[in-house]
Design a protein around this ligand. Structure first.
Ligand SMILES: [Zn+2]
Length: 279
């Protein structure tokens, strides 16, 4: 059935079907995965790899990193922070979108080397105490749990958390403000988009999560944790050529709506498949 999920959805989104993820060696290779870090907004930088994202949010009281990556890709993200002119010792929080190794495999390093406080949901902290999914990784020490509706304030920056389960039991999504030459825009990171999980219950929760996201008002910027999911690199290229007065290519409320509509459709189809498998 897998080809049905992929058919007609283009290269960008197909990264989410597990069978078309880049090959293991390819996606773990820091040279193949290297992306020169870049600034997206006044306070937001891309520090991640080709296939999996990491983002640096700069506040007046230190740094926040979204997702730690893993193995040598974590080295890459840390080096990127330095090459952008920031000090990783200023990282206050690491936000883990969910407990799969490619997002939190390096979380323990951020704790040990930079004393960063790691935040995840309770459900996904529990995952770190069980058998690793896909691959083993150094387990982070349990720090803070983010619950649905909770917030984190660092200086004048505030993160608003939502729990959007499905991809894992406790996917953590975050709403925050980005600034384009001082002008604020509302950004959102959906912490677990892919349909590489099993079970009717999880699929139901996934669909419900997407519907809850659709009910949110005022989201203008889609910050994905896999760059291709929201055309991050194409937007980066357009940003580099942006002329004075042009709109910011990452500010795209319609793109956000389309993204959710697409994943709702896929999620519902996947739920149907899971129901058929269960019968
Ligand atoms: Zn995942």
């Amino acid at each position: 059935m897998k080809h049905l999920i992929i058919r007609g959805i283009g290269i960008a989104a197909s990264v989410f079907a597990l069978n078309v993820f880049p090959q293991q060696g390819e996606r773990d290779d820091p040279e193949l995965q290297y992306v020169e870090p870049f600034q997206v907004f006044d306070n937001l930088y891309y520090i991640g790899a080709e296939w999996v994202a990491s983002w640096l949010l700069v506040t007046d009281q230190g740094l926040i990193v979204f997702d730690a990556l893993y193995d040598e890709l974590t080295d890459m993200a840390i080096n990127n922070i330095r090459s952008l002119g920031f000090d990783p010792n200023d990282i206050r929080y690491l936000i883990g979108s969910h407990a799969h190794y490619y997002h939190i495999g390096g979380a323990a390093r951020f704790q040990q080397e930079f004393s960063a406080v790691v935040m995840m949901t309770e459900e996904d902290w529990l995952m770190t105490e069980g058998a690793a999914q896909f691959r083993e990784y150094p387990r982070p020490v349990r720090h803070l749990s983010a619950s649905d509706g909770s917030t984190l304030t660092l200086g004048r920056t505030r993160l608003q958390f939502m729990k959007t389960p499905g991809h894992t039991p406790g996917v953590l999504s975050t709403r925050f403000t980005v600034y384009d030459k001082g002008y604020p825009h509302t950004a959102f990171m959906f912490g677990g988009v892919g349909l590489n999980f099993n079970g009717v219950g999880q699929a139901e929760r996934y669909v419900e999560s997407v519907r809850r996201l659709q009910a949110l008002q005022g989201i203008e910027v889609n910050i994905p944790n896999h760059a291709p999911a929201a055309d991050v690199f194409a937007r980066r290229d357009r940003l580099a050529e942006r002329a004075e007065g042009d709109p910011h290519p990452f500010v795209d409320p319609e793109g956000w709506d389309n993204f959710l509509a697409l994943w709702l459709e896929r999620g519902e189809r996947y739920l149907q498949q899971q129901r058929e498998l269960a019968n």
